[in-house]
Design a protein. Structure first.
Length: 94
């Protein structure tokens, strides 16, 4: 189930089972940026016991391959949202 809050550009996801890569079954996802035709960047954060924090960033593409130009646009959206971001930690998933 997905419900979106258009004012805050947030979506609330409820997976049928535990999400991939440890994403909690119910989580809030924020859209960091999109060009509406080729890519979107989404972010989720989950805190545990005030000490631990897991964060996820997804670069989504409408096509199997994202062009270098569109990838750079998506990366700029990530850089705008975070002061420091290690782009080497992004993992391509097919």
């Amino acid at each position: 189930m997905i419900a979106c809050d258009d004012k805050n550009v947030r979506c609330y996801l409820d997976f049928d089972r535990v999400g991939a890569a440890g994403v909690p079954r119910k989580t809030t996802v924020t859209v960091l940026g999109t060009d509406y035709d080729n890519w979107a960047v989404m972010y989720a954060c989950h805190r545990k016991l005030r000490l631990l924090k897991n964060e996820w960033v997804w670069v989504l593409s409408r096509k199997p391959e994202l062009s270098d130009e569109h990838r750079q646009e998506a990366y700029r959206a990530i850089a705008k949202a975070f002061r420091r971001f290690d782009f080497d930690r992004l993992v391509k998933v097919e």
